[in-house]
Design a protein around this ligand. Sequence first.
Ligand code: UT7
Length: 330
Amino acid sequence: MTARPFAHLAGLGVYLPSRVVANKDFEARLETSDQWIVERTGIRERRYAGAEETVSTMAQAATATALARAGIGVEDLGALIVATATPDHPLPSTACYLQALIGARNAAAFDVAAACSGFLFGITMAEGLIATGQARHVLVVGGEKLTSITDQDDRSTAILFGDGVGAAVISAGAKDGRGILSTFIKSDGALTNLLYIPSGGTADPISERMVRERTHYMKMAGREVFKHAVLTMAEACDEALRRAGVTAEQIDLLVPHQANIRIIDSTAKHAGIPAEKVLVTVDRYGNTSAASIPMALAYAESTGRLKPGMLVLLVAFGAGFTWGSAVIRW
Ligand code: UT7
């Protein structure tokens, strides 16, 4: 096996649903306010997918851009990974639906279920598939239609989540100095009940009762989740830096999972990375779970914040709990 970098991020793509929902749009039907949402979360607006859109259809557009940027054809993909908590169907994987849409006939397609950390889990899988020779190019999609699992009558979650997709082509080896220098992923399954969907799986199969009791929607113990997010994202930053053999001072851009501006600020403070080196998109996209990091990376690239040669630290946290991080030379 060769040494790191096993792979580099060769191309990015994004899909933003066209409907923009502002904080004030909640004021008419929920006991909330633009001021509370901005102060407690940093969110100003988010995107909502249309009724006909699914993670795979949204991913199709993002994938086309990522492949073009990477300069490869769809038949070059040896694997296709979709990180999502909102699959098109319970069976089969959303990755297989995407595979059919784009015609990636040489790829092994599968989903990763790691909630908001899913994109980083996906990158880690991609590196492994490349290092072991299964693939030279892997598509990693982070995509969500969180509006489909969010209770729009629950003010503590309705205001947080949005829809969207980001896609990245991960290709073998280093290129022009670019490469993934480290990855780190971890979980704690003792904390599942702090953020979960009670019904609809085998533990409580689909029933009329679950719809009546609204247990097919996401339930979150916000304050507890917040505390764990701060702790685990700090650990993840330290670990990715250590594994890459770099210091926080060398990081040019921190791209954290976009759940809450207060969690982002706390993570940056722990790592000792100043605000001007921290990417924030939670104000415009809300929390898009597995899509949040690739959407943020695409935003950073399109606005000139992310340039070749930069050292980038990615860090995420999500339901499970799961957490992860990576250091990438862009
Ligand atoms: O993607 C990874 C998973 N998710 C996260 O990382 C989210 C982590 N958690 C959070 O971001 C925060 O906990 C929230 C934004 C969800 C909530 O903020 P908080 O500062 O932790 O508020 P809280 O849950 O402690 O609630 C404070 C008060 C409560 O009222 P009382 O009991 O003090 O009277 C809530 O009922 O704020 C109330 N509240 C609201 N008020 C206005 C909760 N949601 C709202 C709302 N508008 N939308």
